[in-house]
Design a protein around this ligand. Structure first.
Ligand SMILES: O=c1ccn([C@@H]2O[C@H](COP(=O)(O)O)[C@@H](O)[C@H]2O)c(=O)[nH]1
Ligand SMILES: [Mg+2]
Length: 183
């Protein structure tokens, strides 16, 4: 690893808690827990019965969903720490295909939780293999695209990716898991 790696950090599932946002919105609307099975797949819909897919889609495409996602514990502090240690940190995030609310709200989230200066650090792309970097911290276990990536993925820990043991695993609250970045 270079002494000061160029870091790409995913947003949903790494900084912003997509799953918890769905659970909160579902509870608020239906006054019951979201019918989500054990989290075994990256896409939430794959852990829900097909009859609930329209309601799930309605929740994560509606205005306000992405802007109000709760932060993942320790994420905001970790990003400020990484920047303060001189790392070149960028937020590398994919918008959903129903982009109308998602795109602007991903920017709003970053501004609200990290500060305006972080807005210029956002890289929005549907294909992360096009983005240059040394390390990509991302919770998605299978990242595909049209190029061979230049970065190495560190898997951000989540219940739906724990069957993968082929990559370094990171969790903001486990500071030892990313301490090498500060060395
Ligand atoms: O269940 C889900 C669905 C989507 N996301 C996040 O949304 C965007 C778009 O994902 P694509 O892989 O381009 O469809 C991306 O930021 C995902 O992380 C999600 O976290 N969970
Ligand atoms: Mg993600």
């Amino acid at each position: 690893m270079p002494s000061k790696p160029l870091l790409l950090i995913d947003q949903d599932g790494v900084l912003a808690d997509f799953d918890q946002g769905v659970r909160l919105a579902w509870r608020a609307q239906y006054h019951s827990e979201a019918p989500i099975g054990p989290r075994q797949h990256f896409y939430l819909r794959d852990d829900m019965a097909p009859q609930y897919h329209p309601q799930l889609h309605d929740i994560y495409t509606r205005p306000g969903f992405f802007a109000t996602l709760p932060p993942i514990a320790g994420a905001v502090e970790a990003l400020h720490t990484l920047l303060a240690h001189g790392l070149d940190v960028h937020i590398c995030t994919a918008p959903i295909s129903n982009y109308q609310n998602c795109v602007a709200e991903k920017f709003m989230w970053v501004e609200q939780h990290l500060g305006h200066e972080w807005v210029s650090r956002i890289i929005l792309t549907k294909d992360k293999t096009w983005v240059r970097g040394d390390i990509l911290i991302d919770d998605k276990p299978q990242i595909s695209g049209s190029l061979t990536p230049l970065w190495t993925q560190w898997l951000y820990d989540a219940p739906y990716n724990r069957q993968y043991h082929d990559r370094r695993r990171v969790c903001w609250q486990d500071t030892a898991s990313w301490a090498d970045l500060l060395a």
